[in-house]
Ligand binder design. Structure first.
Ligand code: ZN
Length: 297
């Protein structure tokens, strides 16, 4: 699932390609992907209402909050896209042939099979298309009144890459938390944007076992985790996120974080620090990856 670095990469790419353009129309073969507006009368009505509302709205700002991509639009509306498991946004030009989107040029993102699941396509006035490719169709698209959305987003935990996310603030947030450190780091109401991949990487870098209780972390360990949250996420943003999963950048190409990935999905491979085999464990319904030698409980 795309996490903070992938979502930020998408937002940075979209800002270069579609900022200040206006929605002309929208197409979908899976209108359930649009969760808002919700109207009595079924999904077809919802999508019709969405289509009507989005037309002629201009994209004034594109930004990220947690794992959400937010387009602030003209007339006090905002479009929210949560890519969930396998969704990602692409910008380009394609043609619809017998219900399937086909490439127009040789270098099309559609040459990569991970980019071929186009279920929602917006047509923009700059002649580009903005599409959501989503193999498993879990992504979420919502049209909000900007003011209402702001209130909703305020319920999320702080953004770890903001300057205001200080070590003091981090300690304050964890002070009354119980549970295993990996699970706590992944809670959106605690810190925004960290999921399974980057929590595994942050704890590997900090040499701390993912099942260690938050209450048992000492000052030095807390500092290490805090520093590695910033370091790992900043590095991943710089590299354009990971792409060993379905995620792709808006131009359809892969991110470069995979060479930096030390623990996540490396079960059975040697720890790059000590040579011990990376282990996969399960708790809280999720996998965690760790070096059983370097990472202490
Ligand atoms: Zn190790």
């Amino acid at each position: 699932m795309p996490e903070l670095p992938e979502v930020q990469t998408t937002v940075d790419g979209l800002n270069k390609k579609v900022l200040k353009s206006t929605f002309v129309d929208v197409w979908s073969d899976w209108s359930k992907i649009v969760k808002k507006p919700r109207l009595p009368g079924g999904q077809a009505k919802n999508f019709d209402a969405f289509k009507k509302e989005i037309k002629n709205k201009k994209i004034e700002k594109i930004w990220r909050r947690a794992k959400n991509i937010i387009f602030d639009l003209s007339e006090g509306h905002s479009l929210l896209v949560h890519q969930k498991m396998t969704g990602h946004l692409l910008v380009g030009n394609w043609q619809l042939v017998n219900g399937d989107w086909k490439p127009i040029d040789k270098k099309s993102p559609l040459n990569d099979p991970y980019n071929r699941f186009l279920h929602l396509v917006f047509f923009l006035d700059n002649k580009k298309m903005l599409a959501l490719s989503d193999a498993r169709k879990f992504a979420k698209v919502e049209l909000w009144k900007t003011e209402e959305l702001k209130k909703e987003l305020d319920k999320l935990g702080p953004e770890p890459l903001e300057k205001s996310f200080t070590f003091e603030k981090f300690k304050e947030i964890l002070k009354d938390k119980n549970g295993k450190v990996k699970q706590v780091l992944m809670k959106p109401e605690v810190i925004a944007g960290i999921g399974n991949i980057y929590s595994s990487e942050i704890l590997w870098q900090s040499k701390i076992h993912p099942e260690k209780s938050v209450a048992k972390l000492n000052e030095k360990e807390l500092k290490l985790i805090y520093q590695n949250i910033k370091k790992v996420l900043e590095t991943a943003v710089k590299l354009g996120g990971e792409s060993f999963s379905d995620y792709r950048k808006p131009d359809g190409t892969k991110g470069d974080f995979d060479s930096e990935r030390r623990a996540y999905n490396r079960e059975g491979q040697k720890c790059s620090r000590c040579g011990t085999k990376i282990k996969r464990i399960h708790f809280g319904g999720r996998s965690a990856f760790l070096c059983p030698n370097c990472q202490k409980l």
